[in-house]
Design a binder for this molecule. Structure first.
Ligand code: UDX
Ligand code: UDX
Length: 466
């Protein structure tokens, strides 16, 4: 009989934390130990206020924590004890050296592999959970095989497809689980874990390289749909077509499908841009320049969409926003998360601040400290240095408040940058009464009730509508 599965996961981030909590909840007999270098993150996982906001996650963690789910920074001990080790550390875009701005920085992955090699004995299955360039497993295997303790390893690729804000549902009912590997025995061991709650026909197995590439390709396809509809939104504004009507009309074609056709101020999140740039870099490395250019256009279109939105605000408001108060509704990259990585809001706020607007920012989940540090980062140079001038600009021109109405008070305009449900339900009269005239709304998510707000007296500007 197989020995019991004992899991260690390195990386208690947006992916490692929720995924391991779900495995622990669904498999009470499997020990799950999540470790991270960052002690304060671990402390948060052990507290009542988890480091990430995900609907339903508190309950999942509460059920398993202290039973078969542990969070700690005892990395070595956890590796030694486990027979299955997930690597879920971050793989940011390189900010230096060869491949700067495109390639994935694999420093953390390599460090994890070395640490696993150093402190392992016996046989272990190492699972790549992080999104990685194709053929990273090759390097991971070589490092692991250099283990001086005679330990042996199987390497699997098991990319995570959960989306933030719906992580718990995505983990409970995934469209598919993908496991790539060479050893059928190792694949079966991991499939056994997921098989506790996921139907067998949803567990796909492939070779290692297909699995690594599928994650990059899935994100590239999803981002491409958003850039495609955003490209059409620009044409809608020029022609009088309505992008939501166009999206509905094309989405009813069963070959196209209705999902991921919501035009917006631009996609954000930790994955789309990073993974496409990573794909572009890979293509270039293999001499596939046309393929690289094709995918790069998805990111170029997204940058254009963010810039276009900011420019529209300025041009509509009589070509100047200097010293005007603009309420920013929403800072997260999408609703139901406190994550701001690559959020379109950062770019729009940056552009408006460059025009010397005064911003009053409200987001129901993002802390003020995070908003300020993101804006400081946006104004920093390539070496991370923030000039005194920009520091001063952020200090004097940015206010963060805890209420959408307070943000809009005496504002010349509102920019809706995240599709939080509460923005759909605001008391239009109350907002309007507090604002200056003309009262502009720039809806970067097409969520407000345009006809109701127009009737109220607002001048409403949506994406993809002239
Ligand atoms: C994940 C994946 O790993 C990434 O490849 C994918 O593209 C997106 O999702 P994510 O969970 O969002 O990343 O990253 P993050 O929230 O930054 O969490 C990573 C954690 O790993 C951090 O808490 C960090 O402290 C930890 N870490 C990093 C380590 O414990 N050791 C390291 O060597 C590096
Ligand atoms: C994405 C993938 O969906 C997920 O499978 C992968 O594991 C990680 O990357 P995530 O980044 O969490 O997940 O969110 P997602 O829902 O995909 O949204 C990404 C961005 O696209 C958000 O800024 C969102 O607002 C935007 N978007 C999405 C649109 O603008 N329009 C759409 O129709 C869909």
């Amino acid at each position: 009989m197989d020995s019991p599965i004992k899991i260690c996961c390195i990386g208690a981030g947006y992916v490692g934390g929720p995924t391991m909590a779900m495995i622990a909840k669904q498999c009470p007999d499997v020990e799950v130990h999540v470790v991270d270098l960052n002690q304060s993150r671990i402390d948060q996982w052990n507290s009542d206020e988890l480091p990430i906001y995900e609907p339903g996650l508190d309950e999942v963690v509460r059920e398993a924590r202290g039973r078969n789910l542990t969070f700690s920074s005892r990395i070595e001990a956890a590796i030694q004890h486990a027979n299955m080790i997930f690597i879920a550390v971050n793989t940011p875009t390189k900010s230096f050296g060869i491949g700067v701005g495109r390639a994935a920085n694999l420093e953390f992955i390599e460090k994890c592999a070395r640490q696993i090699a150093e402190c392992s004995t016996g046989h272990k299955i190492v699972v790549e959970k992080s999104t990685l360039p194709v053929r990273t497993a090759e390097a991971v295997k070589r490092i692991l095989n250099s283990s001086a303790n005679g330990a042996t390893f199987d390497v699997l690729s098991n990319p995570e497809f959960l989306a933030e804000g719906t992580a718990v549902q995505d983990l409970l009912y995934p469209d598919r689980v993908l496991i790539g590997g060479e050893s059928q025995e190792a694949i079966n061991r991991l499939a056994q874990v997921y098989g506790r709650w996921i139907p067998k026909d949803r567990i796909l197995t492939t070779n290692l390289w297909s699995s690594e590439l599928s994650k990059l390709a899935a994100n590239a396809f999803l981002a491409q749909r958003v850039s495609s509809i955003n490209a059409i939104s620009a044409l809608c504004e020029a022609t009088g077509a309505d992008v939501d009507e166009v999206a509905k009309a094309i989405g009813t074609d069963s070959r196209i499908g209705p999902k991921f056709l919501k035009s917006s101020v631009g996609f954000g999140g930790s994955c789309f841009q990073k993974d496409i740039l990573n794909l572009v870099y890979l293509c270039e490395n293999f001499g596939l320049h046309e393929v690289a250019q094709y995918w790069e256009q998805v990111v170029i279109m997204n940058d254009y969409q963010k810039r276009r939105f900011s420019e529209r605000i300025v041009s509509t408001m009589f070509n100047t926003v200097s010293d005007k108060k603009i309420a920013i509704w929403g800072f997260a990259f999408k609703k139901d998360t406190n994550d701001t990585r690559e959020s379109a809001a950062i770019h729009v706020c940056h552009n408006l601040l460059e025009e010397r607007a005064r911003l009053v920012i409200y987001d129901p989940r993002v802390h003020e400290s995070k908003i300020r540090s993101d804006l400081k980062m946006a104004f920093s140079d390539v070496n991370g240095v923030l000039s005194d001038k920009h520091k001063q600009l952020i200090e004097t021109n940015v206010t963060v408040v805890q209420d959408a109405y307070v943000a809009a008070k005496e504002a010349h305009a509102i920019a809706v940058l995240t599709e939080w449900d509460e923005f759909k339900q605001v008391d239009a009269k109350r907002v309007f009464d507090g604002m200056r005239r003309p009262a502009f709304i720039f809806d970067g998510r097409n969520i407000v009730d345009r006809s109701k707000l127009t009737q109220q007296g607002f001048e409403v500007h949506c994406i993809g509508r002239s």
